[in-house]
Design a protein around this ligand. Structure first.
Ligand code: NAD
Length: 242
């Protein structure tokens, strides 16, 4: 079992990718602390319900997980929000929400987790996006936030490798989760039909399922990735952005 004896914290644990990630980490031996606004439906070893926009909540969380589980070996910054529309449609609230959840929360969690991990080493896996590597249309706030988390990943990897902490990011293209499907619903499209149409645009023939992303996140979190540090791994079924 890849994660025997390891402990992990997963944010966005109630979401599409988060749920699958928690289940895989636990099935492979990790004890997992979960956080989201409501984690009551998630099987885990410690539950910390809260809002990632709450600065004090984020600052305290890695310490609280360490108290609950005895250590903190793996941090998965998976939670995210997407705000749509070009810059003229973006409100101050959109800006604060997007940067708060996608950038400031991981910043705070990493800042608090790294001194804990520095004793024994650790792995941080951030969920960026292929849009954090090359921009697509009409989502400047989301894309800017994902570029920021990609950059933070590379900076932290460089600074904290000497402490035995590896920091990497997964950069998915479209994934079949509530984030994608609610976007279709908001635009008045049938999510099943829209996903079917999107499948045709991917060279491998389908958009990603959460497990396709989870397999890469868990690889990066595992010892199999012991020499991978500061990588931004695109997981796109052969479909580059553009
Ligand atoms: P999702 O919407 O299913 O899950 C996101 C989770 O984050 C939700 O459970 C939500 O409650 C949680 N969250 C959001 N704001 C929060 C807050 N303020 N406090 C606490 N929790 C909060 O989406 P997903 O597709 O599973 O997304 C996971 C990650 O993957 C995100 O970072 C997303 O940007 C990234 N991603 C997704 C896609 C895609 O097509 N679905 C593509 C590229 C990247």
């Amino acid at each position: 079992m890849r994660f025997d004896g390891k402990t992990a914290l997963v944010t966005g644990a109630a979401g599409g990718i988060g749920k699958a990630l928690v289940a895989t980490l636990r099935a492979e031996g990790a004890r997992v602390a979960v956080t989201d606004r409501d984690t009551s439906g998630i099987e885990a070893d410690a539950h910390f319900d809260g809002d990632l926009l709450d600065k004090a909540f984020c600052d305290a969380l890695p310490g609280q997980v360490t108290e609950a589980l005895g250590s903190l070996d793996i941090l998965c910054n998976n939670a995210g929000v997407i705000t749509r529309g070009d810059i003229t449609q973006a409100t101050d609230a959109d800006y604060a929400l997007t940067m708060g959840v996608n950038v400031e929360a991981p910043f705070r969690l990493c800042r608090a987790a790294i001194p804990i991990m520095a004793h024994t080493g650790g792995a941080i896996v951030n969920t960026a996006s292929c849009w954090g590597l090359s921009p697509g249309p009409s989502h400047p706030l989301y894309i800017m936030s994902k570029a920021a988390i990609a950059s933070l990943t590379q900076c932290l990897a460089r600074d904290h490798a000497p402490q035995g902490i590896r920091v990497n990011a997964v950069c998915p293209n479209e994934v079949n989760t509530p984030m994608l499907r609610t976007g279709f619903a908001i635009r008045g499209l049938d999510p099943d039909k829209a996903v079917e149409a999107l499948n045709d645009s991917v060279p491998l023939g389908r958009i990603a399922e959460p497990e396709d992303i989870v397999d890469v996140i868990t690889f990066l979190a595992s010892d199999a990735a012991r020499y991978v540090c500061g990588a931004l791994i695109e997981v796109n079924g052969g479909k580059p952005v553009g």
